[in-house]
Design a protein around this ligand. Structure first.
Ligand SMILES: NC(=O)c1ccc[n+]([C@@H]2O[C@H](COP(=O)([O-])OP(=O)(O)OC[C@H]3O[C@@H](n4cnc5c(N)ncnc54)[C@H](O)[C@@H]3O)[C@@H](O)[C@H]2O)c1
Length: 458
């Protein structure tokens, strides 16, 4: 009897009867009730690593530093033996942290490949527009890869990388960090075990939170869809991947509506100025005041490379607000990313999904509703509630985690295992499926711009 059949039988129903209404359970308790894995990260194929995987970090910024921190925590599994970054401060910091010899510190990614192969793998965490070239060069040089999402900014480049990965037969792990959050892992376990029967449809919402939107997609690195990538790819390729992963079926069609409704010149309040530091008359009442966000509240400062000595911060932050995009008025930027969009997806197995990305919200944390043939699930990345249609009994599961649900280092762990054992199956996603999840996003953007329904074919 399969796990699915086992759970569908009376044992499943009996389990429901013993759950008290409104009880909030930890995953271990939920798992014990339904006979599921109590440790969703347990993988019997993981082995003790004999020799640490040697990796070169290309792009030692915000994300690259997080992935490289795995080496500091688990030095017997991963060692960072080279770094490339155009920013000398970041390069130096990584070199010091990981004791990288001067000869293996590079100003540009290209310099890495001018040398003979000197590591097992590379971690590519450069900006979106700089993924394809280092990835292809690394595959040609025989490296395995951990590649930040998005794989590449265009569909054509994604397909070229897919083909090269197949031709060279190397491991390319894409950073689908949400798949590694306990929340989505446990949700997936529940769905795969058939606890709500067959999936009929999925509603999924990504609330970006309005200040986060202003920071990254109005003022920040992704404000231009042309210079970086469309927001549906930059921000929501995590979601197109998660939805496809939960539904577990290839995609058939995609449709999207969306536009930039609020962060435009026309909405600039009277009395506002080019920069928040220019004596703006409405600064004190504006929810997007850069002085409030960065200078007074000290939020999202990681973009400024501030020194450890906090005494200098006020002066340095003010200087950044006077000279960089982070100090500019959100209504007077050269941004073009939509601040709201809705995507409809039809899967080959008939499941439909409605996804919406929303900037004008006061909260973060994905919201997901999954409708099944025997029950449904309502979740918000901290809690999910499963209701059985027959018994009306509910089970609530709760766990508080960080924005990525604690997935970053679990992802690195699987990738390190995959490289050490040279076994692609240890990754949560194949490069084919990762590319397909990107095709949903590219299709959605074409649909939004051309008012079409897009056929998705890998
Ligand atoms: N998985 C996720 O959840 C997630 C979250 C945020 C960002 N990202 C992605 O991660 C990537 C990096 O984003 P980030 O926020 O860390 O950006 P970042 O700007 O903090 O880091 C990028 C680094 O690349 C370096 N760089 C630029 N040009 C280079 C070159 N020619 N050679 C070597 N290094 C170079 C920059 O100096 C910078 O330090 C982006 O593609 C982004 O979309 C993924």
């Amino acid at each position: 009897m399969s796990l699915r059949q086992f759970i569908s039988s009376r044992i499943f129903l009996r389990s429901f009867n013993i759950v008290k209404d409104n009880a909030v359970l930890r995953w271990r308790e939920v798992a014990a009730l339904f006979g599921l894995h109590d440790d969703v990260y347990y993988n019997p194929l993981h082995k003790k690593i004999q020799k640490p995987v040697h990796a070169i970090l290309i792009g030692a910024g915000h994300r690259g530093t997080i992935y490289a921190s795995y080496a500091s925590k688990y030095p017997k599994e991963l060692k960072i033996v080279g770094v490339a970054d155009v920013n000398p401060q970041r390069r130096k910091k990584t070199a010091t942290e990981h004791k990288i010899p001067v000869g293996h510190c590079f100003t540009d990614w290209k310099d890495v490949f001018a040398l003979e192969k000197f590591a097992d793998a590379v971690i590519i965490a450069t900006p979106d527009y700089l993924h394809t070239q280092p990835c292809l060069a690394a595959l040609d040089a025989g490296y395995d890869i951990l590649l930040e999402k998005p794989i590449a900014p265009t569909e054509e480049e994604c397909r070229i990388i897919l083909q090269k990965a197949k031709d060279t037969n190397r491991i390319v792990g894409v950073c689908h960090v949400l798949r590694y959050s306990p929340y989505f892992r446990e949700l997936k376990e529940v769905l795969d075990a058939g606890l709500i029967g067959d999936i009929i449809s999925v509603q999924h919402m990504e609330p970006i939170e309005h200040v986060h939107m202003s920071h990254s997609y109005v003022r920040g690195k992704w404000k231009s869809s042309k210079k970086s990538t469309p927001i549906i790819l930059a921000k929501s390729c995590h979601d197109t991947d998660i939805i496809r992963w939960l539904v577990n079926s290839p995609v058939h069609d995609v449709h999207c509506f969306g536009n930039l409704r609020w962060f435009t010149n026309i909405n600039a309040p009277k009395g506002s100025t080019e920069r928040c530091t220019d004596g703006c008359k409405v600064e004190s009442s504006c929810p997007y005041s850069a002085l409030q966000i960065y200078y007074r509240d000290h939020k999202r400062l990681y973009v400024f490379d501030l020194p450890e000595d906090k005494r200098k911060w006020d002066e340095l932050i003010l200087q950044q607000l006077k000279t960089t995009d982070y100090g500019r008025c959100v209504y007077r930027m050269d941004n073009d990313q939509p601040d709201h969009l809705t995507v409809n997806i039809l899967f080959e197995n008939g499941v439909t999904s409605a996804f919406s990305m929303e900037a004008h919200v006061s909260y973060e944390g994905r919201r997901t509703r999954i409708m099944g043939s025997k029950g449904d699930i309502i979740g918000d990345m901290e809690t999910f509630v499963l209701t059985d249609f027959k018994t009306r009994k509910q089970i609530k599961w709760k766990l508080k985690t960080d924005a990525h649900g604690g997935g970053d280092l679990s992802l690195v762990k699987d990738w390190v295992q995959a490289v050490a054992q040279q076994n692609k199956n240890l990754l949560s996603s194949t490069i084919e499926v990762s590319v397909e999840s990107h095709l949903i996003a590219f299709g959605a953007e074409r649909s939004r711009l051309n008012r079409t329904i897009e056929d998705i074919r890998i």
